[in-house]
Design a protein around this ligand. Sequence first.
Ligand code: MG
Length: 377
Amino acid sequence: MPTCAVLIVAAGRGQRFGGSLPKQYAPLRGEYLLRRTLRAFCGHPAITKVVVAIHPDDAATFTDAAKGFDVRWVPGGAQRQDSVRLGLEALAADKPDLVLIHDGARPMVTPALIDRVIAALATAEGVIPAVAVADTLKRVDGTLITATVPRDNLVRVQTPQGFRFPAILEAHKKLAGEALTDDAAVMERFGKKVVTVPGEESNIKVTTMDDLAQLSASLSETRIGTGFDVHAFKDGDHIMLCGVSVPHTRGMEGHSDADVALHAGTDAILGAIGAGDIGQHFPPTDPKWRGAASDQFLRHAYDLLTARGGTLTHLDFTIICERPKVGPHRAAMVARVAEILGVDAGRISVKATTTEGLGFTGRQEGIAAQAVATVRV
Ligand code: MG
């Protein structure tokens, strides 16, 4: 087995990106984008060493992003080509047989693509992943089209680009300062043959905020959480259900306002994001929550969801009791929950059922509620 090092180029300052941090450190589903790139290589069995070229100003952020990974950073240069040369020189003492050079802002690289590049290096000196050009290409002068470019022999190229290590190191040293845009170009200029292997459309380079938003959306998943709660009746003249005061011959026992439905809804959302349960967030032993309106519990769970970039697809309640009748209040309950969360009422459902006189709800000792939250995170 040849030894194969990886050089990840992450020294850019991302002027086109517009965020407060360079794009490689932008958050992607709760972690640094670069961390996902690092994981792809650090977890690959054929990779023996990973070096990352970064801007020295980013050292602290990089250290945070690379926590737990066996990687080393080297200071990059003014241009991409300088960063690659410096990274290759830093790897020279290890004398790897092969090196893969990869953009830090391509976090979706797959093990299969890494395998293809390495496999092709058995017979080639340079290998780059390429994908077809689907769009028609035009040459322009300002906004005026001057020609249609035949795309028959054109491809779009990606990284990781793979090379025999001694050859690419020598090429970079010899051609330092030429500002070539990729490493295959350095090898071509050096007179070496570079071949393509199939790239992957999903292996995108994050360049703009739009790219990041699209990638984040494509990685989101649907999750479901459930909640269940029970409260006993006590003396009183109304109960709270889904944030609505419902007149009744009894009241509800509870530390807060005892809104059994909102408690179940809170647990459903917390469950969908794995954030514990309502008792952890609002301990019944805390006097602060005595008589508290339960809409704040539901809102808190929802805020935790949105803070993770998540959205609520649907929240479905089932209220289980003989009395009071829920039907006359159903529309108000839906509207109130939608108002608490600031979501469309079409995303909220309130249903009710009895237990046919059976059990504690049948004996009218209390009310039970279930909720199912469907979220995208
Ligand atoms: Mg409760």
